[in-house]
Structures are given as C-alpha cells and as structure tokens.
Ligand binder design. Structure first.
Ligand SMILES: C[S@@+](CC[C@H](N)C(=O)[O-])C[C@H]1O[C@@H](n2cnc3c(N)ncnc32)[C@H](O)[C@@H]1O
Length: 213
C-alpha cells in the first residue's frame, strides 16, 4: 500500500534534489535484477537520509540491512572527515554487486561491509556511533534498538525504516512482522532516554535522538 498517491510522491520527488547518476543506476539495476527491489530506499528517502547525515556530520555510522548499498551510499555522504560506516547484511548473494557499488562510489575505504547475521555482529561491535539506520528483519527491531542504544553517543540519532509497515500497524490481528514493528514503536515511545518523531515518509521513518547516557 502506498501511503500517499503516486502523483503526489512524484511531485515530492520533482521538488527534491535529484539522486546522483550512480544512485539512479543502482536503483535501476536493483529493480531489474534483484528480488524484492521495493526494499531499496529510493530517491526521496535516500535524500532524507543524506540530508540528516549531512546535518549531524557523523564520525561513525552503523547500518543494519545493506541490501544493494543504496542507503549506505546516501548515509556516507554526510560522514565527517576520517569517519567510517559499518553496514551489515546476511544476504551473501548480493555481495559482488554491493562491493561493486561501493567501489563505484569511491567508498571502499570508508565503508566496512560485514556479511552475516546482525543479531550476532552488532553486540560484538566495539564502536560508539553518532548515527544508526535500522532497516533489516522487522521481528528484531526491538533487539537492534536495545543493542545499539548503549553504543550510541549523546545526541546520536537512530533512524528506523518501515515503521508504518504499509499501514499494517493499525491491524487488529497483526502478523509477526507487524507485531515486531509495533513493539519497536511502543518501546521507543516509552523510552525516557530519547525524543522521537515518527515521520510519515514513504513507509514511515522513526527518528530518535538520545538525550541521556
Ligand atoms: C529493506 S532491506 C535494506 C534496504 C537498504 N537499507 C536500502 O535502503 O537500500 C533489508 C535487508 O536486511 C537484510 N537482513 C534481514 N535480516 C537480517 C539479519 N538478521 N542480519 C543481517 N541482515 C539482515 C536482508 O538481507 C535485506 O538485504
């Protein structure tokens, strides 16, 4: 389900800075050759991610859910000098394409791409982050939130994608994924350590700022 009319989505994109040629070609290649291409952030959301990253100039970014690398490249646009982005995905089939995309963006040195289950990898990370993007399996959103909050700097941001889940968050009998998203949204809303805004952009982005350590 589209949350806004396609015509209005088109209008929003026409009045948003364009995506780079490289991002447009990653988008096209993903649509043509990869299963479930709708998972890619796309033009409008990609510009939102890049804008937020540029506003806070993070030294360290964590992304959970690389897919074909589109959002990682957008987030990396805002990295401070000497900054690093760690991105995690368990889909080994996409490795070649992802590494090519990062190389085309001249980001091989700045992006630490880890293949494996984020549930195992995130707890072992010994880094403090300024920006985290959660965009993987919905059932684990609350787990990822718990795992990253201790690793987030004061005033650090967490962004979580798909928090409206095509409107299914309003379902009376939610399925497992929907319940995962709803539990995450509740957890954030009740967490006194943060302030948060649920942005109804694309499929919903939760924007969270850490107020206390
Ligand atoms: C929605 S896509 C990410 C889209 C990407 N962030 C973008 O905007 O272009 C979700 C990705 O999470 C990955 N994923 C799902 N569960 C995972 C897990 N437990 N650990 C690591 N990656 C996982 C999937 O393989 C998939 O590529």
């Amino acid at each position: 389900m589209d949350l806004i009319k396609p015509e209005l989505q088109g209008y929003a994109e026409q009045h948003t800075s364009p995506e780079s040629d490289l991002l447009a070609s990653i988008n096209r290649e993903t649509q043509a050759n990869v299963m479930m291409p709708r998972m890619l952030s796309g033009h409008l959301q990609g510009r939102v991610l890049a804008m937020i990253s540029k506003m806070i100039r993070p030294k360290a970014i964590l992304e959970i859910g690389t897919f074909t690398g589109y959002s990682a490249i957008c987030l990396a646009e805002g990295l401070a000098a000497g900054g690093k982005l760690i991105t995690i995905d368990k889909n080994e089939e996409l490795e070649g394409m992802v590494r090519r995309n990062f190389a085309s963006a001249n980001l091989t040195e700045l992006i630490d791409y880890r293949l494996g289950n984020a549930v195992d990898i995130v707890p072992a990370l010994n880094t403090r982050f300024d920006l985290v993007f959660i965009d993987a399996d919905k059932e684990n959103y609350s787990n990822y939130y718990d795992m990253v909050m201790d690793k987030l700097n004061l005033n650090g941001l967490v962004l979580a994608d798909n928090v409206l889940w095509s409107g299914k968050v309003l379902d009376v009998n939610p399925d497992k994924d929907t319940e995962g998203i709803k539990a995450f949204n509740r957890k954030v809303q009740e967490d006194g350590r943060v302030e948060n805004v649920l942005l109804p952009i694309r499929d919903g982005i939760m924007l969270i700022r850490k107020l206390s350590l």
